[in-house]
Design a protein around this ligand. Structure first.
Ligand SMILES: Nc1nc2c(ncn2[C@@H]2O[C@H](COP(=O)(O)OP(=O)(O)OP(=O)(O)O)[C@@H](O)[C@H]2O)c(=O)[nH]1
Ligand SMILES: [Mg+2]
Length: 368
């Protein structure tokens, strides 16, 4: 930390490290608002590395994600475990005694000192779950909260990004949200570690359950879990091994391995569970599946892989964010206006001017 940042955040750092709730709340605000020096602050507190069990809960709007999450949080609280709840782009509000659904009141949870709730918007970040949302999760983790539940609405691309924030992804579907094939198309199939058929008090739940089980069975083949992507099922055509070719292509592009896509870790068969979030039916089973998946991740070494992929991604995101912010600051106002004369005259072009800006930005960013 530079002396400047140190002076600014030292008291906060102390409160945070001392486990003061207000320290966490303030730290989250600093990060959310990207206040000056927030990255240096994150650097200080994140050096402990991730410890919390992070569970992402995603699915279509109104599927009962919040209700499930409240029930899960309650379940953990019964065992006296602290729980962090992060809702990204929530359509139903969480705070201030608001409801989660019609009947499940969040009041008890919101006033429970063992529960930390934060809801936030993605602010239109590319890829859905904004980097800052992930940083808030990291803060909760660094604060020492052992369980963090993340809710995202599974529409568009948003849900795919939950894999960038969670170790275990729970996909919530409901009988009326369409069939299992639809879920596959939406990409939810590919990211699920656990499927939940919520609102199983409603008609059609068993049909959805069956469809999901069939889809999983199809995907993984009889008697086991999948070991590779869909291309692995494609036999070598005309001497071309699709899976190998795709892998090579991805490697050549330097693409980061995404362990979540069509790569359910070996030995893990995605469970499909029935719940009624309103009554709490099926919640202990869901909690149990989460524990089992966690154990599986640890034993198979997959947890380390997933964390590593997440960290690689974070490095990229932070670099991009800093350069983008640097560009927004530098290429504006007076500085930009003064370049115009030469460009209009034709003695300069936007390209040479861009080069000058980029050198400036890089210099400023490397010097803090
Ligand atoms: N019948 C029935 N209704 C449920 C169940 N779970 C949730 N609901 C209701 O479904 C509605 C939506 O629940 P939420 O928990 O807000 O769903 P959500 O997925 O968080 O919704 P968004 O955040 O808006 O996408 C509420 O009216 C709940 O009371 C269930 O198991 N059975
Ligand atoms: Mg919700």
């Amino acid at each position: 930390m530079t002396a400047d940042v140190e002076a600014r955040y030292l008291p906060l750092l102390e409160r945070f490290r001392a486990g003061k709730r207000t320290g966490l709340a303030r730290a989250i605000t600093v990060v959310e608002n990207e206040q000056r020096g927030f990255e240096a602050f994150l650097h200080e507190v994140l050096s402990v590395g991730p410890r919390a069990a992070r569970v992402g809960v995603t699915g279509p709007p109104g599927a009962g994600k919040s209700s499930l999450l409240a029930m899960l949080a309650g379940h953990y609280r019964e065992a006296d475990e602290d729980v962090g709840v992060v809702a990204v782009d929530p359509t139903s509000p969480y705070s201030g005694g608001a409801l989660l659904g019609d009947r499940i009141r969040m009041n008890d949870l919101a006033t429970d000192p063992g529960i930390f709730i934060r809801s936030m918007a993605t602010r239109g970040s590319l890829g859905g779950l904004a980097t800052t949302s992930k940083e808030v999760i990291d803060l909760m983790d660094a604060f020492g909260i052992p369980r963090i539940l993340v809710e995202t609405v599974g529409v568009g691309q948003t849900e795919l990004d939950v894999t960038g924030a969670a170790d275990t992804v729970v996909v919530v579907l409901v009988p009326e949200s369409g069939d299992g094939v639809q879920a596959m198309k939406a990409g939810l199939m590919e990211i699920a570690d656990i499927f939940v058929v919520n609102k199983s008090d409603r008609p059609g739940a068993d049909r959805l359950l069956k469809e999901l089980n069939q889809a999983i069975h199809l995907r993984t083949g009889p008697g086991g879990s999948s070991t590779a992507g869909p291309a692995a099922d494609v036999p070598a055509h005309h001497g071309v091994d699709m899976a190998a070719a795709m892998k090579r292509r991805n490697e050549e592009r330097g693409e980061v391995k995404k362990p979540r896509r069509w790569e359910a870790p070996e030995g893990w068969t995605i469970p499909v569970l029935k719940t009624v979030a309103q009554t709490g039916e099926g919640i202990p089973e869901l909690a149990d599946a989460i524990v089992r998946h966690r154990a599986h991740l640890v034993e198979s070494g997959e947890l380390a892989d997933r964390r590593r992929a997440r960290l690689e991604r974070r490095v990229r995101d932070v670099v991009q964010r800093r350069l983008r912010r640097g560009a927004e600051r530098a290429v504006a106002g007076e500085a930009l206006a003064t370049t115009m004369k030469a460009i209009v005259d034709g003695s300069d072009t936007p390209y040479s001017v861009a080069g000058t800006f980029i050198r400036d930005i890089l210099e400023r960013e490397t010097n803090g």
